[in-house]
Design a protein around this ligand. Structure first.
Ligand SMILES: Nc1ncnc2c1ncn2[C@@H]1O[C@H](COP(=O)(O)OP(=O)(O)OP(=O)(O)O)[C@@H](O)[C@H]1O
Length: 260
């Protein structure tokens, strides 16, 4: 089991931000985490990344259980590749794309020693797989387009060979072509049996690729539905989630939603 949350609550200012969350993820099972603004997705990710502890409930991740011997927030984070909007701001703008990818091997911002040939080879391989081309591999991170920066950050996350890769709205700000290209790369990561398990957070269900077979719908801090996408993403569930009537169809194995 990669993740096992049992009856998690997270309470702030006397209010349940997350309530009675149970979620099991096994290795190799890629999940989408979906919910409206304020549903509690970021809070869930903060718990999964061990940035905050649940107020109550059982939290087990990557073979570590909170409250038991061997539990280490650092140890958890070392095994998670987390690509989020806040990461963009943390990067050194003057480092080039390749150096930024390499920094993932050291879990640092910036690179402070000469990387080994092995690390460089691995970075080259990852850059190639993600389409980080020669055109911009030596360009400053700060001068890259948003799509290029996103690839670089995913590459950086993959350098540490994480067991879990969390992609939090990675297509933010991308045009259609850049988005589709990135989605294809993400699909390839998911199809690699030796690659990480992924959690994909999005506001746009049409981005959900076939490699993501499972979805957890959050509503007002609670699990509204979870399970196989084909069972969960239907008109009844989605209309109830949004409190408005929506049509749901699947095209090229991707869900399409429209208001009725
Ligand atoms: N430390 C805190 N104290 C009080 N309330 C909080 C705290 N952190 C988050 N919240 C509230 O919890 C709710 C869930 O927030 P969260 O950021 O997890 O939602 P989200 O699903 O990620 O939303 P979005 O899609 O807009 O990013 C919001 O109403 C937010 O204001």
């Amino acid at each position: 089991m990669l993740l096992d949350l049992k009856h998690i609550n997270w309470i702030r200012e006397g209010k349940y931000i997350l309530k009675d969350i149970s979620w099991e993820i096994v290795d190799g099972e890629h999940w989408v985490l979906y919910g409206l603004n304020g549903a509690g997705k970021s809070t869930m990710l903060d718990i999964i990344n061990a940035y905050t502890a649940p107020s109550s409930g059982e939290f087990e991740i990557l073979d570590m259980k909170q409250g038991e011997l061997g539990y280490s927030a650092d140890g958890i984070r070392k095994q998670i590749g987390y690509v989020s909007q806040s990461l963009f701001k943390k990067m050194r703008k003057e480092d080039n794309a390749f150096t930024t990818v390499i920094s993932g091997a050291y879990a640092s911002i910036g690179v402070y020693e000469e990387p080994s040939k092995q690390i460089k080879d691995k970075a080259n391989e990852i850059c190639e797989a993600l389409g980080i081309t020669k055109d911009y591999i030596n360009r400053r991170f700060g001068n890259l387009s948003q799509g290029e920066q996103t690839r670089v950050l995913i590459g950086r996350a993959l350098m540490s060979e994480p067991r879990l890769l969390i992609l939090d709205e990675p297509t933010n700000g991308l045009d259609f072509v850049a988005r589709e290209d990135l989605l294809e790369r993400i699909e390839n990561i998911g199809q690699d049996k030796s690659g990480p398990t992924m959690i994909y957070v999005t506001h746009h269900l049409e981005e959900v690729l076939p490699v993501f077979k499972q979805i957890l719908l959050l509503k007002d801090g609670k699990v509204f539905r979870s399970g196989n996408i084909n069972d969960v993403v239907n008109e009844k569930n989605m209309s109830n989630l949004f409190n408005i009537n929506v049509d749901v169809s699947f095209k090229n194995n991707r869900p399409i939603l429209s208001k009725k």
